[in-house]
Design a protein around this ligand. Structure first.
Ligand code: ATP
Length: 548
């Protein structure tokens, strides 16, 4: 079997995604919209299958979890209470030379004594940057091809210019502690906060008209005051697209608990779209501005959060691994104290080894009682739970009212889809019809995730074979199995096409079918073909899917 070259694996997956209809660039015919993607005929099925598997394991198969489907636009007070309006922002920095804008918290961090080479795209750019740095900072960096040398970290807060390998700097500058990710430039602007939530306006309000009138009336105001006034006008009708699905589960805690008579510990789950005006969009669908999440808030008794955190971390890890070919590519990583979100007392990231290294796939956070308390405070609602069976630890009396603690497994659907595409991609050398070596690409998607479960292929488009095939397809549909009738091109090409689509089973109808009622069933991974009775085909596929 040929090895996947990890550096080009991403390009191969992106190219196959387009060719086979998994993922397309959004608005491609207009030049594409950065960071927006459309899920094609196979992608939409794969995405739904991932979500259905999650829903089945998180909601249907559990007595202690219920689901909701909340609106994307919620009351603005939700985002004030949750802290998103004030705090859902990333520290942003611009490189003063290349103008690259990036997130400070994700930037590379060279340490004292490290050199700070600036890697330009080409020699021409390197020359331009040497001049720009000379003009702005009055130092002339040494150029070797497209790399600029001379800067070194002195200590946590200082960097220096060391011309011609000298030991002493001729100039020193403040050092931010990190450099720009693409060029490695240490010449950076101050950090600025930037809100990641998409804002819109609700209601029949002419915001631009109101702003124009305000500006006309207040011509004498300076820039800062004018901005404050305009912000006040915009805020009156502002609404936000949710940046996470989680908040609805806190806001609907009481309705869900009471309508379903749930007893703590219990969870509320939701899947759906979230939106973040991400500054750095990267790695295909890994980080995009519009994406889908699968989140669950699990409400527990205070003091039991640690054991529930470990419990959900393990369940979620098992789920990802069970549906993958290579479980060794998943790991979890505990957050350091300084990495924790302000509301969390512990957190694990479930990480996957992407072509660029290990990175986040899902976060499993212990969110304390922060969110319920904040919403109770801002709304006046009593978001607490009364346990008649327990003694109040403070008073010793029977019955305990408390604000539950929360464990949150929060996964990205679209990021999960990327993981399963990467995991599924295999290139193999296999014998062709003449017994010679030929290569095939096969998407070894878990049969439960595969967009098409079974392709039904009449060997020729005549002699009654299409009719038999179509009848079989409709039998599969009746049983809730996504099947596809396919008569285009030679049988060999059709097998290859369905290997690339990840279809686990191909059933071929041939001349013998009309004689003895048998068909062949071909397994995608082993390529073995077996003759089975046409009438048993549905049961065979059903059994294999259940056992997969
Ligand atoms: P990151 O550190 O990668 O920005 P995060 O810690 O902000 O992610 P969470 O808020 O914990 O992410 O969201 C839970 C999950 O939602 C993430 O683990 C990821 O799978 C997914 N997710 C978050 N942001 C994006 C995005 N911009 N595009 C695609 N998926 C995302």
């Amino acid at each position: 079997m040929a090895e996947n070259n990890s550096s080009s694996l991403m390009e191969k997956v992106i190219s196959l995604s387009k060719q086979r209809g998994f993922v397309f660039q959004s608005s491609e015919i207009y030049g594409g919209l950065k960071s927006a993607y459309d899920y094609g005929p196979l992608g939409v099925e794969l995405k739904r299958n991932i979500m259905n598997e999650w829903w089945r394991s998180m909601v249907h198969e559990r007595e202690d979890v219920i689901g909701i489907d909340a609106s994307i636009i919620m009351h603005t007070k939700v985002w004030q209470a949750s802290g998103h309006l004030a705090g859902f922002s990333d520290p942003l920095v611009d490189c003063l030379i290349s103008k690259e804008r990036f997130r400070a918290d994700k930037a590379p961090r060279p340490q004292p004594k490290d050199e700070l080479p600036i890697e330009c795209a080409d020699k021409g750019q390197a020359k331009t940057y040497v001049e720009a740095i000379q003009k702005r900072f009055n130092i002339e960096l040494k150029r070797n091809g497209k790399t600029l040398y001379g800067m070194k970290v002195i200590d946590e807060n200082t960097m220096g210019f060391f011309p011609d390998d000298s030991d002493k700097p001729t100039e020193t500058f403040p050092y931010r502690g990190y450099v720009s990710p693409t060029f490695g430039s240490p010449f950076l602007s101050d950090e600025r906060q930037f809100n990641l939530m998409f804002r819109s306006q609700i209601g029949p309000i002419d915001v631009l008209g109101d702003i124009t009138a305000y500006v006309e009336k207040n011509k004498e105001l300076d820039g800062k005051d004018l901005r404050t006034g305009i912000e006040g006008i915009v805020k009156k009708s502002a609404v936000y697209l949710r940046p996470e699905t989680a908040q609805a589960m806190f806001v609907q805690f009481l309705n869900c608990q009471q309508s379903m008579s749930m007893k703590v510990p219990f969870g509320i789950a939701q899947m759906g779209k979230s939106f973040r005006n991400e500054v750095t969009v990267e790695h295909f669908i890994f980080r995009s501005c519009e994406f889908e999440q699968m989140e669950m808030e699990f409400f527990v008794e205070p003091g039991t959060q640690k054991e529930w955190l470990d419990y959900w971390r393990d369940r979620r890890m098992e789920w990802w691994q069970k549906l993958a070919n290579d479980p060794s590519k998943f790991r979890y990583r505990a957050h350091e104290k300084d990495e924790l979100a302000h509301y969390a007392d512990a957190c694990y990231d479930i990480e996957y080894e992407y072509p660029w290294g290990f990175d986040e796939l899902e976060g499993v956070a212990s969110r304390t009682d922060y969110d319920l308390k904040k919403h109770a405070e801002h709304s006046g609602a009593k978001l607490s739970y009364f346990d008649q069976q327990k003694q109040d630890p403070e008073t010793g009396k029977n019955g305990w009212r408390y604000t539950p603690y929360v464990i949150e497994p929060a996964a990205g659907v679209t990021r999960g889809l990327l993981v399963y595409l990467l995991d599924a991609y295999h290139e193999e050398t296999v014998p062709n019809a003449d017994g010679e070596d030929s290569s095939r690409v096969v998407m070894k998607l878990h049969p439960r995730l595969a967009p098409i479960k079974v392709a039904v292929l009449p060997l020729v488009k005549k002699e009654g074979l299409p009719e038999i095939a179509r009848e079989m397809v409709s039998g599969f549909f009746k049983a809730g199995i996504n099947a596809r009738y396919d008569e285009q091109h030679s049988i060999g090409k059709r097998y290859r096409r369905h290997d690339e689509a990840g279809t686990p089973y191909c059933i071929t109808i041939d001349g013998q079918t009309t004689e003895d009622g048998t068909v062949t069933i071909r397994d995608r991974d082993t390529m073995e073909q077996e003759r089975i009775s046409k009438d048993e085909a549905l049961q065979v596929v059903q059994k294999r899917l259940i056992e997969s």
